[in-house]
Design a protein around this ligand. Structure first.
Ligand SMILES: Nc1ncnc2c1ncn2[C@@H]1O[C@H](COP(=O)(O)OP(=O)(O)O)[C@@H](O)[C@H]1O
Ligand SMILES: [Mg+2]
Length: 393
């Protein structure tokens, strides 16, 4: 039984258990022989005893072998591999420690990710997948998921855990080891036929988890497709891109990580083919919860509201912002004009049920245009009236 403070190979002093899946243990450890006494490494250990299968050892050795060959700034560097024979047989893999928090830990603290953050994470992971898939022979990770992605202290995403990796295409008729995690791994992987698009599916499922806060295994499915669009407020292009990544059939996804990257960067519409019986799920959102509600208002709808500012005498009616009627109270009115300009968007979002952010924005744009047209006319009429009165007097 391993314990904190224990020293392995006269060199690696175990500090804290990072993961334990029953067969493998992952420890944070101090490298006592490093020039810097506080230098940290990650020690992965596999005990060759009890329920261990040859497959587990095969995967563990492959993890060490492949990690040794990989050179990418956002993949931990291989340091050492050893075998300890003290009463039981242990295999150890030492790798670079990436300071930060895994995306799983981030999700556990209820952190939800915005579209902007998720796009940045997607780009980081795609760059790593492009590197792996373009190696010869190509390397498939096969276990992309939040716990295997570390958000480093430099705010970049790192891919760890090459324990499920495959370094050549599976051959027909050859026995295989089923790897991957339910919810993130696509169907074909459970049949032992992983392809580059299998890592893309896992990436898509991971990003959907980050956006919704719900694990893909718990999200509703229809015809093997993950249904998530009704739970997020993101651009239609990004929804389409995620749907394309998570198509059940690998040939309906992007063929390569590079193609997925280009499509994400170009923002082009992808026209995902939907089976005819599937209706588009309406865009449910948290609008209309009431002005006192603490529900978060999407960032995209906030900001100055010109329509409310320029037409405070009409705007509150269609937006159902009844507090805006204070405009008609003498001496409060002028203050209310500015208050409506500042808070108009937030109040309108909370007061009325909107079909979507787009619906909301179109409505507010209409009022802003009306305000910009009416205001100059109003000022001209007022000016003429003043001039007329002045001429008569
Ligand atoms: N190189 C690393 N740097 C920092 N944290 C790591 C590193 N490798 C693994 N971890 C952390 O330890 C956890 C377990 O390690 P992992 O390699 O994923 O083991 P397992 O094969 O049991 O899933 C990961 O979820 C991650 O949070
Ligand atoms: Mg892992």
């Amino acid at each position: 039984m391993l314990q904190a403070e224990q020293v392995l190979q006269d060199r690696y002093q175990l500090q804290r258990l990072l993961g334990n899946n029953g067969i493998r243990q992952t420890w944070l450890a101090k490298d006592l022989q490093a020039a810097d006494a506080d230098s940290l490494v990650v020690v992965k250990l596999l005990a060759f005893a009890g329920a261990i299968q040859w497959d587990d050892l095969k995967l563990f050795e492959r993890e060490a072998q492949i990690l040794k060959q990989l050179k990418h700034p956002r993949i931990p560097q291989y340091i050492d591999y050893f075998c300890v024979d003290d009463r039981s047989l242990w295999f150890g893999l030492i790798e670079q420690y990436i300071p930060g928090e895994s995306l799983k830990e981030k999700l556990a603290t209820c952190q939800r990710f915005s579209e902007k953050q998720v796009r940045k994470i997607a780009v980081d992971i795609l760059n790593i997948l492009i590197y792996l898939h373009e190696l010869n022979p190509l390397v498939l990770h096969r276990d992309v998921k939040p716990s295997n992605l570390i958000l480093g202290e430099d705010n970049r995403v790192y891919l760890v855990d090459f324990g499920a990796v495959q370094d050549k295409a599976a051959r027909e008729g050859v026995t295989f080891t089923v790897v991957g995690t339910y919810g993130y791994a696509p169907m074909e992987q459970f049949g032992g036929k992983a392809v580059p698009a299998s890592d893309l599916y896992a990436l898509g499922a991971t990003l959907i988890h980050l956006l919704t806060g719900i694990s893909p295994a718990e999200l509703p499915q229809r015809s093997l497709r993950i249904e998530f669009s009704h739970l997020v407020n993101i651009s239609p292009e990004f929804i389409e891109w995620l749907q394309k990544l998570t198509q059940p059939a690998p040939e309906d996804r992007f063929a390569t990580a590079a193609l997925a990257y280009n499509a994400l960067k170009s923002g082009a519409s992808l026209k995902v083919v939907k089976p005819p019986h599937i209706q588009q799920v309406p865009d449910i959102n948290n609008s209309g919860c009431g002005i006192a509600s603490m529900a978060p208002v999407p960032e995209e709808v906030l900001g100055w509201n010109w329509g409310a500012f320029l037409m405070p005498y009409l705007w509150p009616f269609t937006n159902k912002v009844w507090v805006g009627l204070l405009y008609f109270v003498p001496s409060v009115g002028i203050i209310m004009t500015v208050v409506l300009g500042t808070k108009g968007n937030e109040w309108a979002w909370k007061s009325r049920r909107w079909r979507s952010i787009d619906h909301f924005k179109r409505h507010q744009r209409g009022w802003a245009i009306a305000g910009l047209v009416v205001m100059p006319m109003y000022l001209i009429i007022l000016g003429l009236a003043v001039a007329l009165i002045a001429a008569i007097v």
